[in-house]
Design a protein around this ligand. Sequence first.
Ligand code: SF4
Length: 401
Amino acid sequence: MPTYSHSQLSTYETCPYQYKLAYIQKIKIETEGIEAFMGSRVHDALEKLYRDLKMTKLNTLEELLAFYYQAWEKNWTDAIQIVRKEYNPEDYQRLGEKCISEYYKRYYPFDQGKTLGLEETIYFPIEEERGYWIRGVIDRLTLLNGSVLEIHDYKTSGKLPTQADIESDRQLAFYQMGVEGKWKDIQEIRLIWHYLVFDVEIQSQRTSGELQRLRQETLELIKRIESDREFSPKESPLCDWCDYQSLCPKRRHRVVVESLPPNEYFQEEGVNLVNRYVELKEKKTILLGEIDAEIARVEEAILAYAEREELEAIYGSDHVAKIKNEIKEKYPLKGDPNRKALDEFIKNAGKWMEVSDLNPWMLVRVLERGGWPPSLAKKVKEFATVEKNRTIILSKLKERD
Ligand code: SF4
């Protein structure tokens, strides 16, 4: 039967292509980001802390950190990758140590409730009719005062969510759905996130109405996933941490060329093509700029020649350049301080509709047509400034009448 997890659904939301590789094609990737590796080691240490406590053994902080360092060494492989090149493995190791130490000091002697479960698997139907199930693993489940169930989750993320993010979090709400009804006399379920990097605890609760809405949204998301035929790659800043970059059409070329020695890199076909393309585009921009400047110079020369020789048409081999000399009235454009007064004036004259939204070119045409009473036209013309305008119109000789 179709089973989904929070991280599976999140993967689809982040990038459908990554989802396809991970959950449909089930491609296993050897590499692991150091952030995830550090998070797992911190989880291991906190699991040990509470597992030993169940056996009445309280580890000292030194013992716990010794366990953490041992687990780090034991699990470390060359497949662990560091995206942020400014940091080294020791930096991450120290950050993990800080997470454990601060947590230890904050909750010592860990007598806040009874531990019911560690790394507790949940599995429940989100919709029984169509047989959709959700699975997940709860970091720690605690019973407080015999009637309060606490769902604890450890996070080693470097980003602290807002309370609004927490209120709409899906993961722990799923966990609540998974544990509801499992124990008698539970009157309250608390969702508790430990953002260890910040030494911050955040709590939230979900009403049955909110859980019902989540159920609905989840089913809609599952429907979207199951009807997707494309699973298009969706680039985001998270791509840098994606384990599937070497298989992704948006990142594969980068992965390939980054591993090439310099001499092969500059011979690689794609690198060459893109470099050449950029070179040509840049050259085009430069050439267009040069050509525009040259055109402006020639225009000036044509106008100067026409003025000097008192010509209105200059003949080339295939074209004629006609010089159009005209005196144009110019009315204030939008933003001109006179524009508002002109608008008002025309409106009061009851002629606004004729020049709707006062198009200055339209105004010139209306006045040229002489459609307005002369006294009004005279008043409007007072808004105009006079500008000498010269343009060059090129046309093919054979197209002349
Ligand atoms: S690299 Fe980015 S776009 Fe490609 S699969 Fe991974 S997350 Fe998706």
